[in-house]
Design a protein around this ligand. Structure first.
Ligand SMILES: [Zn+2]
Length: 296
């Protein structure tokens, strides 16, 4: 999450549980741990949004999405989406094509912080913040590639750059979206999903996004997370859902509480709870399928 911005009809998806049972089980703790380990390794030097390592992370994400059969967003020929400043690593965006003209959007920032100047450990690995959310986007793409039933809506994945520098990537995307924001049925942002209580995730924004909330309720019957709702409404303005909420897009935020390693060099992969990240990723996947299967 970003420290700088602390400003204060529904159709049941009858087929979800059966048809999507197999794909959801392909989202595994092993795969998530592998991606978090790579993204949060010392070699990646914290993935600061103006570093070569951030560009390497962007390529890692795009390559995995390509392998999963994802395609660039409408009107785009590349998954790399520059943000108007050549110094910045790009946003990465791709989609799984649906039959209609609406979109379900899942987002997470992949950048973190630049190394500090002194100390034995100088690297802000950002395993929880936000290699965990980034790994979720990769796992969701891989699970979607195994969904055989056509979806009504396209599912869009966006890995944002520069969140830690003040929501740079998400602000740029929300103002330059290649598809109308009015066509978004729901947006789910993941930022820090792997620490704290082993089976607990916080959900913000649900009261103003009833359709997403209902889909989450249905999905969680299968996943069984302890979802804590509306505990921190201020969080809605400190991560990448904010620029979309400001433009009227229905959006929710899934995150854990700030912890002792938040924005410290000790946000290490050894400390994450892979099972929590996995269940949150599974919940997000099933919620997106539900939203994408309903009325346009
Ligand atoms: Zn974050």
């Amino acid at each position: 999450m970003c420290k700088l911005l602390l400003i204060p009809v529904l159709l049941a998806c009858a087929s979800c549980n059966s048809t999507h049972q197999a794909p959801v089980s392909t989202i595994t703790a092993h795969a998530i741990l592998q991606d978090v380990s790579w993204l949060a390794s010392d070699e990646m030097r914290g993935r600061h949004y103006r570093s070569n390592e951030a560009r390497k992370a962007a390529k890692y994400i795009a390559d995995k999405w390509k392998l999963a059969g994802f395609t660039p967003l409408p009107t785009k020929t590349s998954m790399y989406l520059p943000t108007g400043d050549a110094r910045n690593a790009p946003n990465v965006g791709a989609m799984y094509q649906g039959e209609g003209d609406s979109f379900v959007v899942i987002t997470a920032h992949y950048d973190h912080l630049k190394p500090r100047r002194s100390g034995i450990d100088r690297i802000y690995n950002g395993a929880d913040d936000n290699a965990s959310g980034t790994a979720a986007l990769i796992a969701i793409a891989q699970a979607l590639s195994k969904v055989k039933t056509p979806l009504q809506s396209s599912i869009v994945l966006i890995a944002f750059t520069g969140e830690e520098a003040g929501l740079v990537g998400s602000k740029h995307f929300a103002s330059n979206s290649p598809f109308p924001l009015s066509k978004i049925k729901g947006l789910i942002n993941l930022d820090m999903i792997s620490r704290g209580e082993p089976n607990t995730i916080f959900l913000e924004g649900a009261p103003d996004a009833p359709r997403i909330n209902m889909a989450i309720v249905r999905a969680n019957k299968q996943i069984g997370l302890n979802i804590v709702r509306n505990e921190h409404p201020d969080w809605l303005y400190r991560s990448d859902q904010a620029p979309f909420l400001e433009k009227g897009v229905p959006a929710v935020f899934l995150s854990v509480e700030d912890h002792e390693d938040y924005h410290r060099v000790t946000d290490h992969v050894e400390k994450i709870i892979p099972e929590l990240a996995t269940k949150t990723t599974q919940l997000t996947f099933l919620t997106a399928i539900d939203l994408a299967s309903g009325v346009p």
